[in-house]
Design a protein around this ligand. Structure first.
Ligand code: 6PG
Length: 481
C-alpha cells in the first residue's frame, strides 16, 4: 500500500495527515480526489453539503486514503504542511468567499489551487492579494470533464514556479498520460494556467461548431442517416481527424432515445448553452488585437441558436430550395478534408492568441509544452496536436501554425475541398459560418494584398485619420475634396 511521502512521515510522527485537500465535492471534485488516492496519495475533502461528504467517504473507503468533513477546521487540521488545497467550485464569487474563509486558517507557504474556469484577471487579483499574506495561489485549468477528473485530466497550472514543485508529483501522477508523458506542466506565472484553459475552451467551441456544420451538410445535402453518420465519424476518428470530439460525435449517433423511439440526437433542442469561457476568449482576443474568427463565430452561433422562436418565424418568410444532389462518397471526401483544414486553422488562431497574450501579460508560455499537455486528457485532444507539438518544438518563435512547413503541406492538400464545401453550402443555403470563417481567415492571413488601403483612404477622407504609403516612409494626409 503506497502512501505519499508526506503522510508516511506524518504517520511516523504519530499523527495522520493528508497529502492533498480538495474543496467542492461535486462530481469533478469527488472524482479528482479518488484519482489522487488511486495514485498513492492521501486526500481529504471538504464540502458544506454533508451528503456529498458522506458520498465521498463511502466511495473512497476501499482506498484507506480518503476522508472528508463538512467542518473547515477539521479539514485544515487534517492536511500536511505546506497545505495543498484545490478548489473545484463554480467560478466567480464562490471562489472569493472560500478563499476568504480559508486565509485566517492557513500558514505561510500553503498553496491554494483554483481548478475551476475562473476568469484570468480574477486569478491575478487573488494571487496578488494572497501573495501579500505569504500564501501561494494557483490558477489551474482542468480539462476532461468528470471522466477525465477520475481517470486522468489535462491540467494547466500557472502561478509561483517554486511553489509548483509542492504539487508537481501529485499532478503528474493524476494527469492523463500521452505515451507515458504526463499531460500537465508548469505553464507560467500569475494567471497563465487559467488563460491557457480559457483559450483551450475557445478552441473547443470552434471545433464543436465546425463538427456540427459538417453534420448538417452530411445530413441535409448527403442525406446521411444516423447510422451512416456514425460510421463516417468513426472512420474519420481512425485517421488524421482522430480526436476526442470526433470520437464522441460518432458515438452520439448510436444513442437511442430512452424516452421514445428513434435516436436521441434528433430529439435534442437545437439551442446551445454556454458558461462563458468561449466568449471570454473572443473578447480578450479583440482586446489583444488578435483575429480568432473561427472562435468568434462559434460563440455567435450559440447565440443565434438561442433565438429559436425568431428562427422558426423567419424560416417561414424566406423560401429556400432543396440542396442540389451530391454523391455521398464525394461529399464524405470533401467534408473530411474541409474539417481537417478548418480544425488546423482553428488551432492556429487559438495558439496565435496564446503567443500574443504571453507577451502582453508576461506569461512566458512555451507553446510546444501547451500542445504537448493537450495531446491527452482534455476535450480538444487530437492526433493533430502531435504535429502541432513538433512544429513548435522545431521553431519556438513560430508566429502562426500556418507558417510551419508541415502545415503548409496539410493545408495545400485540403483547402480545395474547404472552398468547394463552403461554396456548395452557400449556394444551397446551409449555414456553415465556422467553415467559412476558417477559410476566409486563411485567405486573408495568406494574402500579401488586402483591400484595406481603401479603408485607410476612407478614414482619411472623412476624418483626416492619415495613412501610410507603400512607396515612401511617413504619415500622410490628403485634402480629398
Ligand atoms: C473541459 C471543458 C469544461 C466545460 C466547458 C463547457 O475542458 O473539460 O471545457 O471546462 O465542460 O467549460 O463549456 P460551456 O458550458 O461554455 O459549453
Amino acid at each position: 500500500d503506497l502512501l505519499g511521502v508526506d503522510s508516511q512521515q506524518n504517520l511516523i510522527m504519530g499523527h495522520k495527515t493528508y497529502d492533498f485537500g480538495l474543496i467542492g465535492l461535486g462530481v469533478m471534485g469527488r472524482n479528482f480526489i479518488l484519482n489522487v488516492a488511486d495514485h498513492g496519495f492521501s486526500a481529504f475533502g471538504h464540502d458544506l453539503d454533508k451528503e456529498k461528504v458522506n458520498a465521498l467517504k463511502e466511495e473512497g473507503k476501499h482506498t484507506g486514503r480518503v476522508d472528508a468533513s463538512s467542518d473547515v477546521h477539521t479539514f485544515i487540521n487534517a492536511l500536511s504542511k505546506p497545505r495543498k488545497i484545490m478548489l473545484l467550485v463554480p467560478a466567480g464569487k464562490i471562489v472569493d468567499s472560500v478563499i476568504e474563509e480559508l486565509v485566517p486558517l492557513l500558514d505561510k507557504g500553503d498553496l491554494i489551487i483554483d481548478g475551476g474556469n475562473s476568469f484570468f484577471t480574477d486569478t491575478d487579483r487573488r494571487e496578488a492579494n494572497l501573495q501579500s499574506k505569504g500564501i501561494h495561489f494557483f490558477g489551474a485549468g482542468v480539462s476532461g470533464g468528470a471522466k477525465g477528473a477520475r481517470r486522468g485530466p489535462s491540467i494547466m497550472p500557472g502561478g509561483n514556479k517554486e511553489a509548483y514543485q509542492e504539487v508537481k508529483p501529485i499532478f503528474e501522477a493524476v494527469s492523463a498520460k500521452f505515451k507515458g508523458e504526463p499531460c500537465v506542466a508548469y505553464l507560467g506565472p500569475k494567471s497563465a494556467g487559467n488563460y491557457v484553459k480559457m483559450v483551450h475552451n475557445g478552441i473547443e467551441y470552434g471545433l464543436m461548431q465546425l463538427t456540427s456544420e459538417i453534420y448538417d451538410v452530411l445530413k441535409k445535402a448527403g442525406k446521411f442517416d444516423n447510422n451512416e453518420l456514425h460510421s463516417t465519424f468513426k472512420k474519420w476518428n481512425e485517421g488524421r481527424l482522430q480526436s476526442f470530439l470526433v470520437e464522441i460525435t460518432s458515438e452520439i449517433f448510436t444513442q437511442k432515445d430512452d424516452k421514445g423511439t428513434g435516436f436521441l440526437v434528433d430529439k435534442i433542442l437545437d439551442k446551445a448553452k454556454q458558461k462563458g469561457t468561449g466568449k471570454w476568449t473572443s473578447q480578450n482576443a479583440m482586446d489583444l488585437g488578435i483575429p480568432v474568427p473561427s472562435i468568434d463565430i462559434a460563440v455567435s452561433m450559440r447565440e443565434i441558436s438561442g433565438l429559436k422562436e425568431e428562427r422558426v418565424h423567419a424560416d417561414k418568410l424566406y423560401s429556400r430550395s432543396k440542396p442540389e444532389p451530391i454523391g455521398k462518397e464525394e461529399l464524405e471526401k470533401m467534408t473530411e478534408e474541409a474539417l481537417y483544414f478548418s480544425f488546423i486553422t482553428t488551432y492556429a488562431q487559438g495558439l496565435h492568441q496564446l503567443a500574443d497574450a504571453s507577451k502582453e501579460y508576461g506569461y512566458e508560455l512555451d507553446l510546444s509544452v501547451i500542445a504537448k499537455i493537450w495531446r491527452a486528457g482534455c476535450i480538444i485532444r487530437a492526433a493533430l496536436l502531435e504535429d502541432i507539438t513538433r512544429a513548435y518544438q522545431k521553431d519556438g518563435q513560430l508566429h502562426n501554425l500556418l507558417l510551419a512547413p508541415v502545415f503548409v503541406e496539410k493545408i495545400n492538400s485540403t483547402v480545395v475541398s474547404a472552398r468547394e464545401l463552403v461554396a456548395y453550402a452557400a449556394k444551397n443555403g446551409i449555414p456553415v459560418p465556422g467553415l467559412a470563417a476558417s477559410l476566409t481567415y486563411f485567405d486573408a492571413y495568406t494574402s500579401s494584398n488586402l483591400p484595406l488601403n481603401l479603408i485607410q483612404a476612407q478614414r482619411d477622407y472623412f476624418g483626416s485619420h492619415t495613412y501610410e504609403r507603400t512607396d515612401m516612409e511617413g504619415i500622410f494626409h490628403t485634402e480629398w475634396e
